[in-house]
Ligand binder design. Structure first.
Ligand SMILES: NC(=O)C1=CN([C@@H]2O[C@H](COP(=O)(O)OP(=O)(O)OC[C@H]3O[C@@H](n4cnc5c(N)ncnc54)[C@H](OP(=O)(O)O)[C@@H]3O)[C@@H](O)[C@H]2O)C=CC1
Ligand SMILES: O=C(O)C1=N[C@H](C(=O)O)C[C@H](O)C1
Length: 269
């Protein structure tokens, strides 16, 4: 049994993660933490998530309960997450990170922490998106050099980062398959007199509307035909179940930086 700690429990993902951990027969939720100012502190984690009482009171200090878990799952905000990761690094605890929107410097700090502890970092924990990343490699190999590549993503109105972490990862996978660097070829939106399209660019378009859980399409467009690879998430439980699966997978892993492709065994497919 893997003992799991959750931070950011009152967030959209936090609430789903409480349910996913409670439903798992290989994991147990032993720690639930919110920001000190959160109204969730002191409540029962199960009641907060709208399931049965779990007998687990939500706290506000991860370091104080460091001996009570094996793996931390973090779906919060970049700055908060760096704080939680550092606490785990110092205590030798494993971490699953779903937070997106990190700066380049923050990503370097996560890679540094992974020299001391095992970390799974993934912008998307759904099986379908990780399968899509493999399909994108194939599509890029077959059509990428002669098609226009566009990535379109749609999310709910509360999302604070853009493009989504998943869209950026899709762009990185396509760019690296084609021997390009996403930094040099990404176009983040267009306006005004843009000129004709440069074939080597990868375009990103972002929609923020209503309660869309998460939708991604990558288009490989030629004259006369186009291929579109699309993933649509309709429930956040798909991400939460994937994160709990990653936490269980981490149990016997050595320090290092892993992703959901490692967890699903898709790396060498
Ligand atoms: N990898 C994946 O599969 C997925 C990743 N995500 C990512 O997970 C992250 C969280 O998403 P979501 O649950 O929708 O976001 P929410 O805004 O609903 O939740 C974030 C939670 O983080 C906690 N938090 C800690 N510090 C801060 C802070 N300084 N400001 C605000 N909140 C803080 C809060 O919980 P509390 O008060 O309890 O501490 C808050 O509720 C995002 O980066 C999102 O992109 C989302 C879905 C899937
Ligand atoms: O904020 C979200 O909601 C989501 N964020 C992740 C991302 O940025 O890719 C994954 C998912 O699409 C939902």
């Amino acid at each position: 049994m893997v003992n799991i700690a959750l931070v950011g429990v009152s967030g959209r993902m936090g609430l789903c993660l409480i349910k996913a951990a409670a439903l798992s027969d290989q994991a147990e939720l032993t720690v639930a933490v919110s920001r000190a100012e959160s109204l969730a502190v002191g409540k029962d984690a199960g009641e907060l998530a709208g399931i049965s009482t779990l007998g687990l009171q939500i706290g506000s200090d991860l370091a104080a309960v460091i001996d009570q878990f094996d793996v931390l799952i973090d779906f919060t905000r970049p700055d908060a997450s760096m704080h939680y990761i550092e606490i785990c690094r110092q205590a030798g605890k494993k971490v699953v990170i779903g937070t997106t929107g990190y700066s380049v410097a923050q990503k370097v700090m996560i890679a540094e922490a992974a020299k001391d502890i095992p970390i799974v970092l993934a912008p998307n924990f759904s099986v379908g998106v990780n399968l899509s990343l493999k399909l994108l490699e194939m599509a890029a190999k077959v059509m990428g050099d002669y098609t226009d590549i566009e990535i379109i993503e749609a999310h709910h109105r509360h999302k604070i980062d853009a493009p989504s972490g998943t869209a950026l990862r899709m762009g990185e996978v396509v760019a690296s398959t084609l021997g390009r660097d996403l930094k040099d070829c990404a176009i983040y939106g267009r306006e005004g007199e843009t000129g004709a399209r440069d074939r080597k660019t990868i375009g990103f378009s972002t929609i923020r509307a209503g309660d869309i859980v998460g939708e991604h399409t990558v288009m490989f467009a030629d004259e006369g035909e186009r291929v579109e690879i699309t993933h649509k998430a309709t429930s956040r439980m798909t991400f939460a179940n994937g994160a709990v699966r990653a936490a269980i997978w981490l149990e016997d892993k050595a320090p290092g930086l892993y992703d959901m492709q490692d967890v699903l065994g898709l790396k060498n497919c």
